[in-house]
Design a binder for this molecule. Sequence first.
Ligand code: ZN
Ligand code: ZN
Length: 373
Amino acid sequence: MATANIPTVPKTTYEDRLHRVQTALAERGVDWLLLGPSADLFYLTGFDAHVSERLNLLMVPRSGDPSLVVPLLEAPNVGAAGDLARVVSWADHESPMGSVASVVTGDTGRVAVGNHLYSAFLLRLQDTLGASAWIEAGPIMRDLRMAKDAVEIELLEIAGRANDVAWEAFLQAGPLSGLTERQALQRLVDLTLAEGVSSCWGICASGPNAAAPHYSTGDRVIQPGDSVIFDWGGPVGGYYSDVTRTVHVGEPDEEFRKVYEVVLEANQATLDAVRPGLACQELDRTARRVITDAGYGEAFIHRVGHGLGLEVHEEPYLVEGNDLPLAEGMVFSDEPGIYLEGRFGVRIEDAVVCTGEGGRRLNHSTRDLVVMG
Ligand code: ZN
Ligand code: ZN
């Protein structure tokens, strides 16, 4: 895949995001937003800061220019974010809290702190700044990040395509029987990396291991009679794909075929239910109804989906109890599953974008039951 075809987020978009976050701070009566290295920081500035024991901190006041406190040795990595925020660097022999204090003049007021800032930094900031209140920045950032713009959706689509092309190649790449889970996953990861994702994570769970949704890939040898779940993805321009496909090694029995059909039906019913204004929990209920009606309700042991973007799991969560309405531009996974302990598991997962006309899948590799050697 040619990198020239990967769209970039224009500077005006970052300026707009910073402006919108300042509006949100004003609406909520918050004086400062503090973000460490995180998807939130990347979203607002494009700065992919390194998480370490050295403090990197974006400081956004309710009005006026933001500042970016960075270690001196990392200042060259700030890139275009240096045009969006005043860069304040600190050397290794200095305290970063001196730099932080130099940015704030007068009363600190109410401070919102990003969810991913180390607690050690937060404790030192609390000693340094003497704010009147400390609150979570998560809800503020969530409201900005949940609905994706056209460039973000394009990046998610390109990442999804990498999974799709890799999967079709994987199905042609030879039998699974005899490979360990780790070897099979490596084959899929290599094919996906070749399609342009900048890194690739994944799970391969075979046989009874497939009954654990977040199984950690091991050295079990895949053999005839196994169902094998592959759940994997990687980022393009920072935006992640997340896809699951389940195959069967050798001819499956009747029950496996039935379970596979039920999961496929739940996946399709969830997609069909997507529309702006619908509460997130309704998608979970839709999938659960299909699976429960087929007699497998107890075996669907997780929510039907999660938001997808700069993080593999982000808001909105499609789960019972979440009455947040879906909105155009939200991107989330549609991943019902059935897990029969000690026997097998089936999960089918695609990324879906909510449009004005309903749900649109970002993944198009086959969802039909595939029998492999
Ligand atoms: Zn997944
Ligand atoms: Zn997922």
